[in-house]
Design a protein around this ligand. Structure first.
Ligand code: IMP
Length: 184
């Protein structure tokens, strides 16, 4: 029988078990260890969603490296209705350094595209994206996600760091929203 959980008012069914996540995280860590051999990357983990992924990934990284944590603060621009997301908490000097951004999930890709613009203004040697999950069906911008553990359908998910309205981050497995009648 499929394992289900209730997060706030919604029901979710297990879709990516912990064992599968661990396997894919190890695979990606090995790719990074291989590709970055001889270099000392700075990992930038994007809070809050990537905290569990980053913790598991970094324990499989055998390179000499630094890890720093950034957050994206959302606010409304003065003369625009669009949402602006500012990168805060970047207190590591990334000038001339190889940077790997650790993100929980790339959905439309707008967050990562903005993040890349911000980081590039500080002249790092290179920037790669390492995402736990990618929803290719939702991408709105062209984005090179060099490292990706898994591609998933467009459904809403929680667990392993990802939340629904602040809840549901603290599970080992990932769960997919069970659509209610007429809801997708
Ligand atoms: P993007 O800018 O549309 O790529 O959005 C990326 C951010 O949206 C991620 O860092 C998550 O915080 C959030 N997000 C996107 N899809 C999901 C989901 O299915 N569950 C939980 N959070 C999500």
């Amino acid at each position: 029988m499929t394992k289900t959980i209730k997060v706030k008012d919604k029901e979710f069914a297990v879709s990516i078990p912990a064992e599968q996540l661990q396997k894919e995280v190890c695979r990606v860590a090995q790719e990074i260890n291989r590709d970055y051999a001889g270099r000392q990357p700075v990992f930038l983990a994007v809070l809050n969603g990537s905290f569990i992924f980053a913790a598991d990934l970094l324990r499989e990284i055998t390179l000499p490296c630094e890890i720093s944590f950034v957050k994206l603060a959302s606010y409304q621009g003065v003369n625009t209705t669009g949402e602006i997301r500012e990168v805060i908490g970047l207190n590591t000097d990334i000038t001339g350094r190889p940077v790997i951004v650790v993100e929980d999930i790339v959905d439309t890709g707008l967050t990562m595209a903005h993040m890349l613009d911000t980081l590039k203004s500080q002249n790092p040697a290179s920037v790669d994206i390492c995402a736990l999950l990618l929803k290719p069906g939702k991408l709105q911008v062209s984005l090179d996600v060099r490292y990706c553990c898994m591609q998933i359908p467009n459904d809403f998910i929680v667990g392993y760091g990802l939340d629904y309205d602040g809840f549901g981050r603290n599970t080992k497995d990932i769960y997919t929203l069970i659509p209610e009648n007429g809801e997708k």
